[in-house]
Design a binder for this molecule. Structure first.
Ligand code: XMP
Length: 513
């Protein structure tokens, strides 16, 4: 496996993505946790040093252990990783005076073409993405230059004997269009043959689950989302009916969703599934509540209570299954040191295992979202299900600003169903990260037929995003918006006005609460 040492770049995860696409198994670890002992234990076949916001010139700036360069394996330094490598191996880094570079740049090859750049320079230069303030002013002994850009005379350098490579730009980002070729050459040099496939992963995961669980029982909070569903089906494949799933139905699901989830898992997968229909409880406790954080806390707290109540009835359960993904596991490198601000309290089952004295089974811990989808596909989950937009834990509660009433929920469900139907009919579903309707806490006046109406307004939301952290609104055509508004007003009693939310994130958030 390959080790990526993270120095806090915004795009470190993309390095892992590129490598996974090449069917190479890799892990990201923050620099401060990579010790000599860690390295010996991990025994990487190759190491990548990521970029990062620090300056190697500053005292106390992050370094990898010198041992990285004594392992005898290929090392690739990117941006900050390149500079730290040069500094540690005897080169020199200086602060840029007119040499800082941000954005698109072009690298030209030198006469000597190295294997790392094989398949590059089909044109006479390659577009790359630069983002650096400091620059290398003298390369370390043993290194030679193989690519230059106008502001980075040492854009690509290497010590071929020791198989150390250093690039000033970011090959992992979209704006370095052929960056993947560089990674491909690097991993080939390190002796990876790209045999890490989803099929192999599935077999391995099943073996590990059996080994961990033995003949004990596992419970799983199934939400109907992709992650928990894939985890449940995989675990069921491994240990059969030693697994029991609990579907906590808070009454805030979309139209027919709860029933569909229950039917699919019970009938299609023969999963032992308890349908904990507690909508009365949830809606009762939410009655009269309009503050978003209070709603979230009520739902999160009740969820844990309800899950615990049902789980306690399953005798002898020792494990709790969770669909935790790799991005949730990666410890991010923080330079600010300060606590980050809570924008929204996310709803999850964190804290449950300790409270219930359960051990965790997390078979998706090593996977990215699209890999979970690929695994779901491998396990035979329907494509339409695997490709579903994310749906938040607190459900429709946070798409109903102000007080939640049954009447509003029913209107919201119908409007949302029409909207999604429109999006699917126009073939736009897969282009959109997430789309939904929010019902607004205002009634407005309209005229339908010859009569006056005084009904709710709603907002349509559709965004594109890669990870939900940032997002942009989807540029629907006016025709599409017009047709959808007409359909919603005609088909959903209770709504007489439709608006389209064109806020990006930031400054907005995807959900309304
Ligand atoms: P925001 O609204 O913060 O949402 O821009 C970002 C993404 O996270 C989803 N979301 C949640 N998911 N529990 C979840 O599992 C939650 O409490 C929660 N709140 C927001 C949201 O749907 C979007 O995909």
């Amino acid at each position: 496996r390959l080790l990526i040492i993270d120095f806090g770049s915004q795009v470190t995860q993309l390095i892992a993505r590129r490598l996974r696409e090449l069917n190479v198994y890799c892990e990201i670890h923050p620099f401060n946790l990579v010790t000599d002992a860690f390295l010996d234990d991990f025994a990487p076949k190759a190491v990548i040093l990521s970029g990062g916001p620090a300056s190697v010139i500053d005292e106390g700036s992050p370094r990898p252990p010198a041992r990285v360069f004594e392992l005898g394996v290929p090392v690739l330094g990117i941006c900050y990783g390149q500079q730290v490598m040069m500094q540690m191996l005897g080169g020199k880094v200086e602060r840029g005076q007119g040499t800082a570079e941000f954005g698109r740049a072009y690298v030209k090859p030198t006469e000597d073409r190295i294997d790392l750049l094989k398949g590059w320079f089909l044109e006479e230069r390659e577009q790359v993405w630069m983002s650096h303030g400091d620059h290398v002013s003298r390369i370390a002994p043993g290194f030679a230059v193989y690519g230059t850009s106008p502001h980075a005379p040492f854009a690509v350098t290497a010590d071929l004997d020791r198989r150390f490579y250093a690039v000033q730009f970011h090959p992992e980002v979209h704006h370095t269009p052929n960056g993947k070729t560089l990674y491909e050459n690097f991993v080939k040099d390190a002796g990876f043959n790209g045999d890490w496939t989803m099929d192999a992963y599935r077999e391995e995961a099943i073996r590990k689950i059996r080994e961990q669980v033995g003949d004990k029982k596992v419970i799983c909070a199934l939400s109907g989302g992709v992650d928990s569903s894939v985890a449940a089906v995989l675990i069921h494949e491994a240990i059969g009916d030693q697994l029991t799933c609990v579907f906590v139905d808070h009454g805030l699901m979309r139209l027919n969703e709860a029933q569909e989830v229950v039917t699919m898992f019970r009938e299609h997968y023969n999963l032992p599934l308890i349908h904990a229909d507690e909508s009365e409880l949830f809606l009762g406790k939410l009655d009269g509540v309009s503050d978003p954080e209070t709603k979230r806390k009520i739902i999160g707290g009740l969820f844990i209570d309800v899950f615990q109540k049902y789980a306690n009835e399953i005798e002898g359960a020792e494990f709790l299954a969770q669909g935790t993904l790799y991005p949730d596991v990666i410890e991010s490198v923080s330079f600010s040191g300060g606590p980050s601000v809570t924008i929204k309290s996310h709803h999850n089952v964190g804290g449950l295992p300790e409270k219930m004295g359960l051990k965790l089974v997390e078979p998706l811990r090593e996977l990215f979202k699209d890999e979970v989808r690929a695994l779901g596909h491998e396990l035979g989950l329907p494509a339409s299900f695997i490709g579903r937009h994310p749906f938040p834990g607190p459900g429709l509660a946070i798409r109903c600003p102000g007080e939640i009433t049954r009447e509003k929920l029913e209107i919201l469900r119908k409007a949302d169903a029409v909207y999604i139907d429109q999006i699917r009919k126009h073939g736009l579903y897969d282009e959109i990260w997430q789309a939904f309707v929010a019902i607004l806490p205002v009634r407005t006046v309209g005229v339908m037929g010859d009569g006056r109406t005084y009904d709710f307004a709603c907002a349509l939301r559709a965004v594109t995003s890669v990870d939900g952290m940032t997002a942009d609104y989807y540029p629907f055509s006016h025709d599409f918006l017009g047709e959808t508004a007409t359909r919603i007003i005609n088909e959903v009693p209770g709504i007489n006005r439709v608006t389209y939310d064109i806020t990006s994130k930031p400054p907005g958030t995807i959900e309304w609460e």
